[in-house]
Design a protein around this ligand. Structure first.
Ligand code: FUB
Length: 362
């Protein structure tokens, strides 16, 4: 994650080209936002959403201002707890369950509780979360509860073989669960290129332009849902010629924020492109992929990061995402939003413009 504030002067060239209208201020762009913040009592970001007990449960990061100056490694995202929320219906009232887990109750973790996810199996709810350990290395932890809203009790150690950030747990229709994870730059994925952590490894993927891009990871979950059943494997994202996307392809390569959903029998792997601020997706025939790049889901939001969850509720599909409307554009103080997601009859996702002021070029 790198700081790079205003997107107003940038043009994003991709298959769904976005030309940001430079003449509008951030305030004017927020005024045309297609959705309002869902949670206004505190900042919230990185939504993961699942239907449990007939409701949509939202598991976001809890942003706050720790007074840490903005840095390329994302240390200003210094979150120290998680709150859980639910919605009975889209447009309904948000229910706030209070604190679900705090950093001080996670024995192995030192700082930066980043994007979490949750799962349900065998009568228990599991919260998965990344944090930096005492050596400054991102790992993924797990915490358990009898309720979807917690409170969650953290395991004393991070998950074996876990590293980097942004866990997303997908349970397939046959009941098998998988975790997708990883994030480059501040998320440290590039420091694991050799298979073990290299503290002196590159701070980004910028030396990778002509090579295959760094891959997000997948691991099957064991029956108990608290460990991997296998060592993590690469998730390959291919271009239209069947070749792996290259590191220099910043408009399409994986950066962070993995999510998986299944639509009409196909596996949709979606993610953020980070420094080009797009949410996009790739389709495959099984949870491991390979996945072939398809296009953009969400054009850039105001704020540096972009992160999401896609889920079905009562026959409609929704995209949960975040921007920075509540803080009037502060990168590290974000708020969750939701909008409907639509597909063409061929199963392509129709790209969404979060403000309705961008111009779609041919
Ligand atoms: O919230 C901290 C980090 O920012 C998340 O882990 C990333 O996905 C990005 O949204």
């Amino acid at each position: 994650m790198l700081s790079c504030n205003s997107q107003g002067s940038k043009q994003y060239q991709s298959d769904s080209t976005v030309v940001v209208n430079d003449s509008l201020s951030e305030k004017e762009r927020f005024a045309t936002a297609i959705a309002k913040p869902l949670i206004s009592q505190r900042y919230s970001a990185d939504p993961s959403v699942h239907v449990f007990e007939g409701k949509m449960f939202i598991y976001p990061s809890h942003d706050y201002d720790a007074g840490i100056p903005e840095k390329d490694d994302g240390s200003h995202f210094a979150m120290k707890d998680y709150y859980v929320y639910s919605l009975d219906s889209i447009g309904g009232e948000i229910k706030d369950y209070g604190i679900a887990l705090q950093l001080k109750d996670v024995p192995w973790a030192e700082k930066q509780l980043w994007a979490p996810d949750a799962a349900f199996k065998n009568g228990k709810y599991y919260l998965y979360f990344p944090a930096k350990d005492k050596e400054g290395v991102f790992r993924i932890g797990v915490a358990e509860s009898n309720h979807p809203h917690g409170p969650f009790k953290a395991h004393p150690d991070p998950m074996r073989y876990s590293f980097s950030i942004d866990p997303a747990v997908f349970t397939d229709t046959d009941g098998q669960s998988y975790m997708y994870f990883g994030g480059i730059w501040g998320g440290q994925l590039q420091k694991w290129a050799s298979g073990s952590f290299d503290p002196d490894g590159s701070a980004s993927d910028l030396e990778q332009d002509e090579q295959p891009a760094l891959s997000p990871k997948i691991a099957k979950m064991d029956e108990g849902m608290t460990e991997f059943a296998e060592k993590p494997k690469d998730v390959l994202i291919l271009d239209e010629h069947g070749q792996p996307l290259k590191g220099g392809d910043h408009e399409r390569r994986f950066f962070e924020a993995a999510w998986m959903h299944k639509y009409q029998g196909k596996y949709y792997f979606s993610y953020s492109t980070g420094d080009t601020h797009l949410l996009c997706y790739a389709i495959g025939d099984n949870p491991y992929g390979p996945f072939t790049y398809q296009g953009v889901i969400l054009k850039p939001v105001i704020g540096w990061t972009t992160h999401h969850a896609i889920m079905e509720f009562k026959g409609k599909w929704y995209l949960f995402y975040h921007d920075t409307e509540l803080s009037e554009g502060k990168t590290h103080l974000r708020n969750v939003k939701v909008t409907e997601l639509q597909y063409t009859p061929a199963g392509r996702i129709i790209p969404i413009d979060p403000y309705g002021q961008t111009v779609h070029a041919d």
